[in-house]
Design a binder for this molecule. Structure first.
Ligand code: ZN
Length: 233
């Protein structure tokens, strides 16, 4: 277990907003990639984590932030949540090596019927990472209803809970597409919160529309610094 997987002495109550970052693939984008910005190179990722550490940020899980928002839990002075969408190998091999240097857990939003194998996910759960659902197959949820929507939202959570014995209390909307019916399905499935890709700091006032900063390749430390400064109150 990494240090910040559990509350530490000196952490304080923190009802206020918390920044959440989202990374997609880590590594070099293939030349044919349509959206190369979704790839952050490993050196760039590492520089961003070093910068956060030097700025005094400390990563925690989203569960921990929610415990502070809703149940009087505590957080470090400058908390941040670092999330990884879809489930790519480097997110559970390279990223944990870097985060663990600082005692930081990450949050993996896994597409439960694609991407990583259980044997690839278990090591990060051992480190104290949070593993949550990013749906079963990454469809646009606003185009689904009834049992199809239930399957993507609720069955994907049941799968993670059964397979890994983790709470999976948070959901991640595929491609940040959601509407009132999607939010209702997420609540119905028992989730505590859900994340978007709307830029901003996540606030306890909007538990099913938690903002995140999408970190793109090439924007580097300056881009990250500008994001964090833009949302700071
Ligand atoms: Zn996604």
């Amino acid at each position: 277990m990494v240090r910040n997987a559990t509350p530490q002495p000196g952490w304080k109550p923190h009802p206020g907003p918390v920044p959440i970052l989202v990374y997609h693939a880590l590594g070099e984008a293939p030349p044919t990639e349509e959206y190369p910005g979704l790839y952050v190179s490993e050196p760039e990722f590492e520089e961003e984590m070093v910068w956060l550490h030097r700025q005094g940020y400390e990563a925690v899980t989203l569960d921990r932030a929610e415990a502070a928002w809703y149940h009087g839990g505590t957080l470090p002075t400058k908390p941040i949540v670092i999330t990884f969408d879809n489930g790519y190998p480097a997110q559970v091999t390279f990223a944990p090596q870097v985060l663990s240097r600082y005692g930081w857990p990450g949050v993996l939003f896994e597409i439960t019927e694609e991407h990583l194998r259980p044997s690839e996910i278990r090591p990060v759960i051992k480190l104290g990472w949070e593993v949550d659902s990013h749906s079963a197959t990454h469809p646009n949820l606003t185009e689904l209803s009834g049992s199809e929507l239930e399957y993507q939202v609720a069955a994907s959570r049941r799968y993670l809970r059964r397979k890994f014995h983790v709470p999976s209390d948070n959901f991640c909307y595929p491609s940040s597409e959601y509407d009132a019916a999607t939010i209702a399905a997420v609540k119905e499935a028992g989730y505590v919160g859900a994340v978007t890709e709307n830029a901003g700091y996540a606030s306890r006032d909007l538990p099913y529309e938690l903002d995140r900063y999408e970190i793109e390749g090439g924007n580097g430390v300056e881009g990250l610094a500008a994001d964090l400064a833009s949302g700071a109150s």
